[in-house]
Design a protein around this ligand. Structure first.
Ligand code: ADP
Ligand code: ASP
Ligand code: MG
Length: 403
């Protein structure tokens, strides 16, 4: 078999962990498999690099930021290759450009365009294990990065282009759980989860997989498994349709996101494509808008509220202030310190009343809901950040433990 193994930050967080990773790779090779490895930066390296940059400039140049952040993965790729050499195995580290990973020129959130497989294939044919830096690629002569958590996406893309039999994501938990096991210790590990549910969970804040990794795995039919680099325990398979041998709840999982901000535009006149210019301009400037709520249309115009990541809220405010004379809105309000909690499950399609049940559970615990957003398989509520852990716990009890 050809196996792509991706090791996350904690899994390569120290020399001891790198040695353990090399042992696992060596075992896989000695069992007769071909392996291509994708690695993240060691431990909290990327956070630390972000901190250094922000100590100089809170809004640093995108190109230089990518030049900086991409270094973390180069350290771990080289160290893992050395640890494999020590075990008598052929291995070679590949940066994004050496692996031929081409992306769009969008610094900090680039999408991959194509991967030239020649160098990777040659290595594999020579019995050399490629150890590829996750999270980075090139656009022309410049290094780009794929967005935080993006090494998962590199691994899935490499698995897709090499037509690997499986892509194994090794992390610090034993699989995908019904919610973050750090918040709810009795969260249950899922044996299987569908691509669609996993995509919602990932998009709604479950950090365990990068959303684009799930999207690509679905599109290119990559067999994906999440498991721990610390144990031999079976992981969670992400599949098209889970086999229903385990009892399935209406709600499969609960996800949450902290550091959400709400921005409200009061009295937007109706006559000037107001909403289109607000959201068009924010999109052009790469501000990601999430939940949008519009009030009932009145003579004086409409009120529009939407959420953004707290870190983007200053920039969003600046952009909107510049637009005030064009848009003619009356007032601009921002609220920080919010969070989003979401329940996800394919079973919701055929079970009405799930949203009402969620609102009741939160209300019973005195958690105020500020905004709501739904799709076929999820309900999200914006709440105060201080309530988020409590909300996740009560929702987990109501929808998972008691079901
Ligand atoms: P890595 O560095 O290996 O990529 P991450 O920190 O990105 O690891 O992702 C793993 C973390 O995701 C876990 O430690 C856990 O706290 C968090 N997490 C959030 N939601 C879930 C979930 N539903 N199932 C498992 N882990 C989750
Ligand atoms: N090192 C990068 C990050 O911390 C990418 C990753 O770990 O997936 O976001
Ligand atoms: Mg990750």
């Amino acid at each position: 078999m050809l196996i792509v193994q991706k090791y996350g930050g904690t899994s390569v967080g120290s020399i001891e962990r790198i040695e353990a990773v090399a042992d696992r790779i060596a075992r896989t090779v000695r069992a007769g498999h071909q392996v291509a490895v994708v690695v993240s930066a060691m431990g909290h390296t990327t956070d630390e690099l972000v901190r250094l940059a922000h100590a100089i400039d809170p809004d640093p140049d995108g190109r230089e930021m990518d030049a900086l952040l991409s270094t973390g993965e180069q350290v771990s790729a080289a160290l893992v290759a050395m640890a494999l050499h020590k075990r008598g195995l052929g291995a070679r580290s590949f940066t994004g450009w050496q692996a031929g990973i081409h992306t769009e020129r969008v610094h900090g959130a680039a999408r991959m365009l194509n991967i030239e497989t020649k160098a990777l294939r040659e290595a594999l044919e020579q019995g050399v294990i490629p150890v590829i830096t996750g999270f980075q690629g090139i656009a022309g002569d410049d290094v780009t990065t794929l967005g935080r958590g993006g090494s998962d996406t590199t691994a899935v893309a490499v698995a897709a282009v090499l037509k690997a039999d499986v892509c194994e994501i090794y992390t610090d938990v034993t699989g995908v759980f019904t919610t973050d096991p750090r918040v709810v210790p009795n969260a249950r590990k899922l044996t299987e989860v569908s691509y669609d549910e996993m995509l919602e969970l990932a998009n709604l804040g479950a950090q365990v997989l990068h959303p684009r990794a799930v999207e690509n795995a679905k599109q290119f039919e990559v067999k994906l498994v999440v498991r721990s680099s610390f144990t031999e325990e079976e992981g969670t398979y992400v599949v098209e349709t889970p086999v229903a041998f385990e009892k399935r709840n209406v709600v499969t999982g609960i996800a949450f996101e902290r550091e959400v901000a709400r921005i409200a535009l009061v009295g937007v006149p109706l006559n000037r494509h107001g909403l289109a210019s607000v959201f068009g301009t924010l999109a052009e400037r790469n501000v990601n808008v999430d939940v949008i709520v519009q009030s009932v249309v009145q003579q004086a115009g409409v009120d529009v509220s939407f959420t953004v990541k707290e870190e983007d809220s200053d920039r969003a405010l600046r952009i909107l202030r510049d637009l005030q004379s064009d848009l003619g809105y009356r007032d601009l309000v921002r609220e920080n310190g919010l969070a989003k909690v979401s329940i996800v499950g394919a079973g919701m399609i055929s079970n009405p009343g799930v949203a009402a049940h969620m609102f009741r559970v939160l209300a019973d615990d005195d958690i105020a809901i500020k905004m709501v957003s739904t799709s076929e398989i999820k309900v999200s509520c914006i709440i105060a950040a201080r309530d988020v852990e409590r909300a996740v716990k009560v929702l987990h009890e109501a929808f998972i433990e008691k079901e």
